[in-house]
Design a protein around this ligand. Structure first.
Ligand SMILES: Nc1ncnc2c1ncn2[C@@H]1O[C@H](COP(=O)(O)OP(=O)(O)O)[C@@H](O)[C@H]1O
Ligand SMILES: [Mg+2]
Length: 457
């Protein structure tokens, strides 16, 4: 579960410790170098100042005086003549003679460092030549015990070690906190998605701000919302389907039983068989509609576009539907400019208009009028189907394109509606890359407006 934080933590830790070690090492060595250099140049300067005094008075008194002065300091001095013979020193040590006996070929006026190996040797040392009238008459050797340098460096090391330990500890704590804080929202999101896969869509994720993690949390929220909606919709849809199928089947079963068991007179038998036939037809229409919708959902619905002469097409449909309108004592008016062509699937287009005109007829009273108007605007066709029927209440209006939605369930069933008609119309219009909208006022009428692309004259 916490693997990511451990991984991140280790990576951070290694990188930061690596960087810290490098910086510490660099700092340490440059500090030590500059410290030792300082010591050496101080020693050299001290030797040079003794030399200056000796150049003014190169006599035993001055030599002794300088030797005495140095015996009080923590540096030491050895003064020799030009043949490296001792003529004065602040302290006796066998180590001194080792350096002095070495032949010093040339030593410049400003002096020379003759030992700087403070790590291994007991002393660091410098030499300054004493010159009188252009001739070297002697040498001032300066020595400093390296023990003092070493203890200085040891102190420095101790400080470094302490600082190192503190920074490693702090780094560790900060990284643990940081990597936990970083991975916490990720872990929460992972848990949320696994809850979602178990069907619990009530995810609540903390707001992490407007960074990538925040975006991810937002996407998961949306996904949960959508899944929740889809699951509910699917369940409702299945419930509706089973309900819709059950009703006609109950009729069919009931009347078949009656016809089968009772010895009914011929005309009554005919009546019941008529009902059975009606319900069977209703069932097969319903199943065909469901099948169409399933094809839309799977994106396997095929539209076969052809060039259609629109006025001719509408004329045929008017002829088909007019008898039904006349039977209901209703008026159907179709207006379409001639020589209008459209690229569309004629069978599907007919399905659209049959559904809309069927609704206009079903949900209008006797004596009303239905208008189908076509206008060409640019390359678009604007088609309106208007009736003066009972209209649709405002609260129902947003839902009428939903599957199985009917304003008045019981009465619509009596009219033969399943509530799938407009859902199919919408899908068909969209499959033609078109748009459909509805406008309605209760007891005044309804207008469906369709815009289709690709009209020519
Ligand atoms: N022209 C209309 N006038 C009034 N109500 C309508 C009209 N067209 C559709 N409706 C309402 O919208 C609902 C859905 O329509 P539809 O999907 O075609 O289903 P149905 O199978 O009931 O006709 C209908 O039940 C009806 O209540
Ligand atoms: Mg309908």
């Amino acid at each position: 579960m916490k693997k990511l934080s451990v991984k991140l933590g280790i990576i951070f830790f290694i990188i930061i410790i690596g960087l810290e070690s490098f910086i510490f090492f660099y700092l340490h060595s440059s500090l030590v170098d500059s410290r030792v250099e300082e010591e050496l140049s101080e020693l050299q300067a001290r030797g040079n100042s003794h030399r200056a005094v000796l150049e003014m008075n190169f006599d035993p008194t001055t030599v002794n005086h300088i030797a005495l002065m140095e015996s009080e300091a923590d540096t030491d001095v050895v003064i020799t003549d030009s043949f490296f013979k001792f003529i004065g020193s602040s302290k006796q040590s066998i180590h001194f003679s080792k350096y002095i006996n070495q032949t010093i070929t040339t030593s410049p006026r400003k002096g020379k460092i003759i030992e700087d190996n403070w790590r291994e040797k007991p002393f660091i040392a410098t030499v300054s030549p004493i010159e009188v009238d252009g001739l070297t008459v002697g040498y001032v050797f300066m020595f400093q015990d390296t023990a003092s340098v070493q203890s200085l460096i040891m102190h420095l090391n101790e400080h470094f070690l302490l600082a190192g330990l503190i920074s490693v500890g702090l780094t560790f704590i900060i990284i643990v906190i940081l990597s936990k804080a970083l991975t916490k929202p990720l872990i929460e999101m992972k848990e949320a998605t696994s809850r979602m896969s178990n069907g619990d869509y009530s995810v609540s994720l903390p707001k992490t701000g407007k960074d990538e993690l925040g975006d991810l949390a937002h996407s998961i929220h949306l996904l949960a919302h959508q899944l929740d909606y889809l699951t509910k919709e699917r369940n409702e849809f299945l419930a509706s389907i089973s309900h819709e199928l059950r009703t006609p089947l109950t009729y069919i079963k009931g009347y078949t039983d009656i016809v089968h068991k009772r010895n009914l007179p011929r005309d009554e038998q005919e009546k019941y068989l008529g009902i059975i036939l009606e319900e069977t037809t209703r069932l097969s229409i319903l199943i065909k509609e469901l099948f169409d919708l399933a094809k839309f959902d799977q994106n396997t619905f095929v539209i076969q576009k052809k060039r259609i002469d629109f006025s001719e097409f509408l004329l045929k449909m008017e002829q088909k539907l007019l008898p039904a309108f006349i039977e209901k004592n209703m008026n159907l008016q179709v207006t379409c400019p001639p020589h209008l062509f459209l690229m569309a699937d004629p069978i599907r287009l007919e399905q659209i208009f049959l559904n809309l005109l069927d609704n206009a007829m079903k949900y209008s009273q006797h004596g009303t009028r239905t208008d189908l108007k076509v206008e060409k605007k640019g390359t678009n066709l604007h088609i309106t189907v208007t009736d003066n029927g009972k209209g649709i209440p405002e609260t129902d209006l947003p839902h009428i394109f939903s599957r199985f939605y009917r304003v008045d369930k019981s009465r619509t069933r009596a009219l033969g509606g399943s509530g799938l008609g407009l859902a199919i119309v919408k899908e068909l219009v969209h499959a033609h890359d078109g748009k459909i909208t509805v406008n309605s006022k209760e007891n005044i009428g309804t207008e469906f407006a369709i815009i289709l692309k690709g009209a020519t004259e």
